[in-house]
Write a protein that binds this ligand. Sequence first.
Ligand code: HQG
Length: 185
Amino acid sequence: MSDGAVKLSKFVSYILRHKPESIGLVLDAEGWARIDELLEKGNASGVSFGRDELLELVANSDKKRFSLSEDGLRIRAAQGHSVEVTLGLEAREPPSVLYHGTATRFLDAILVKGLTPQSRQQVHLSVDVATATKVGQRHGKPVVLVVGAQQMFAKGFRFFQADNGVWLTDHVPPQFLRFGETGEA
Ligand code: HQG
């Protein structure tokens, strides 16, 4: 993505996941915003972007961060919310393992409490080690934990897959975690 696209992606992520009210936008219960309104209020807040740029961002976002409604009139973040939303995803059977990239400085707490959503609505899990490593790098020295997703599922934990493939669950107790890769080259 170009520098401009990354900047716009960060702005739209911030609005649709965390602070819609900062530009006077109201999301519906499932996290959707009207595209017209996002354009109008985003531009009024001083960030200038057009419909084409926004739609290009949706199509080319490296992590497919945004989804469009079937009628093409609304947009939402696929995952990552701190605002309370009900994405309306169906619970699904996960693969046998999933991965969670984090930073080494969080490990002590994670080994006691397991993975908890922190400021987001759910814990985010990746389907592969490479992606998890990148997620962990955002926070510091990365470490990848292997999540016994199938084991959890067998015990009644529920898993959801966002439109962009990221898996979501409410909590991963420490007994379902084991160390994977350091994420280092
Ligand atoms: C850690 C990005 C202490 C957790 C990514 C993580 C993802 C704990 C941090 C999505 C803990 C929260 C989400 C505990 C978990 N004690 N720390 N008990 N349990 N943590 O950013 O998963 O690029 O809220 O390990 O790709 O890093 O923005 O979550 O390090 O899909 O599109 O607390 O955001 O997507 O950090 O990332 P975050 P995350 P985008």
